[in-house]
Design a protein around this ligand. Structure first.
Ligand SMILES: Cc1ncc(COP(=O)(O)O)c(C=O)c1O
Length: 417
């Protein structure tokens, strides 16, 4: 998206403003299909960006949505995805969530434990149904170079691989469920193609183990992909072109085995698909020099973009890439960029080189399409929620959702507010 389009969007809808380019995300989905010669279906993890306008725009080019709450299932349905093409994963699914997922017959319930499978079986039996299940397996290892890893230690995610041999046979006796495949997702934001491939080989090993123990003919195998994107100025993008030669042999060897002949493999991901297709636009509200530091205070801080402020799992806070859209050609100066919150930790960037930056300038934070608004504590200090817009037909369309208007604004009791 051009700077002129972003500035026009900020003028039209005000800041803070998240802008998403669905065509760019669609192009990335198409790239995956071409790269892997359709070896994989593509499933979008709603948690990465649940905006309903965006989901509706992407729905026609996706194979499935992965939801991690009942509210996300509702979003997937509202976006036009048939229930049969929605998976529902996540720890601590509430009873009403399982009940509703069974009632609408989601394509796959991804169970994170044997107990959860038992609950699903009871609910399905009570409603005279058999619910399709995927078992999530928690690997004991993950290659290096994943940004955040869920594998190796004690975890709320999935059945530990060490327990598969004992627990799968028990799960197979449950009357209300049918085990149709397996799911692995153990790490995110990996920029190294060899590590991604190594992780897929770990998944393939676990899928074989789980198949042998259960004796099923899997129909679905979920590769929680963990493809990364760059955030910091010196990072090198994941070389996706290098992936097929590393990953295809792993998948082809698996699918060549008779037990896996009917399996459909799926890439489940969010960040790589939508991250580069989103920008947060924020306006400089105040400027001051304090003890030799040029400070610019913006109308968005960690309340609107926790990750850019280095507060979402980063060990060290490092500056993301920022652009001054309004004054791009001015001489560079060094700034401290802060947000509007009354706390010293509300800092976007330190010692940041930007072209001369004045009150009223619009600053863009690229690569903000995933885990931006959805992963930020927007209620802190009660500033207005950022708006959200889609770039469509060269202009922007406001797709802001009111906080109290989410399809899934349901209390844990299952009572709609
Ligand atoms: C089960 C599952 N699938 C997919 C994703 C999406 O991961 P990413 O956005 O890194 O692709 C996540 C993220 O936490 C996840 O927990």
């Amino acid at each position: 998206m051009s700077s002129a389009q972003l500035i026009a969007a900020a003028r039209q809808l005000g800041t803070p403003l998240y802008v998403y380019d669905p065509e760019l995300a669609k192009a990335r989905i198409a790239t995956l299909r071409t790269l892997f010669s359709d070896r994989f279906a593509v499933s979008y993890a709603i948690k990465s960006n649940p905006n309903l306008g965006l989901l509706s725009a992407l729905c026609p080019v996706l194979d499935s949505f992965d939801a991690s709450s009942w509210a996300e299932v509702e979003r997937a349905l509202a976006a036009g995805m048939p229930a049969a093409r929605i998976s529902f994963s996540g720890p601590a699914k509430r009873r009403f969530e399982l009940e509703r997922a069974v009632a609408v017959a989601v394509g796959e319930l991804v169970v994170e434990s044997l107990d959860e499978a038992k609950q699903v079986s009871e609910l399905a039996t009570a409603s005279g149904r058999v619910q399709a299940l995927l078992v999530r397996i928690n690997p004991s290892q993950i290659p290096r170079k994943f940004g955040a890893s869920m594998a190796g230690g004690a975890s709320q995610f999935g059945i530990d691989e060490e327990d598969i041999a004992e627990q799968l046979p028990q799960l197979m006796t449950l009357p209300g469920v049918e085990l149709i495949g397996f799911h692995c997702y153990s790490g995110t934001n990996c920029l190294d193609a060899a590590s991604v491939a190594e992780n897929f080989a770990i998944f393939a090993r676990l899928f074989r183990l789980a198949q042998q123990v259960s004796g099923i003919t899997p129909r679905k195998l979920i590769f929680g992909s963990g493809f990364g994107i760059t955030y910091l100025p010196d990072e090198v993008a994941l070389d996706v072109e290098a992936l097929p030669s590393l990953v295809n042999p792993v998948v082809d060897a698996l699918l060549a085995e008779p037990a896996f002949a009917s399996a459909r493999c799926s890439l489940e991901m969010g960040r790589w698909l939508i991250g580069p297709a989103g920008w947060l636009l924020t306006e400089v509200i105040a400027a001051k020099c304090s003890r030799g530091r040029e400070i610019r205070a913006c109308d968005a801080g960690f309340n609107n973009h926790l990750a850019a402020c280095g507060m979402m799992g980063s060990v060290f806070r490092r500056n993301w890439v920022y652009q001054n859209l309004t004054n791009p050609d001015a001489a560079l100066q060094t700034y401290t960029l802060v947000g509007p919150l009354c706390t010293t930790i509300d800092r976007l960037a330190m010692d940041l080189e930007l072209p001369e930056t004045r009150i009223g300038d619009i600053i863009a934070i690229p690569h903000s399409g995933a885990y931006g608004l959805t992963a930020s504590p927007t209620r802190f200090i009660s500033h207005p929620e950022p708006r959200e817009a889609l770039l469509l037909h060269g202009g922007v369309v406001d797709v802001t959702e009111s906080l109290h208007n989410h399809p899934g604004s349901i209390h844990s009791s299952g009572v709609r507010s």
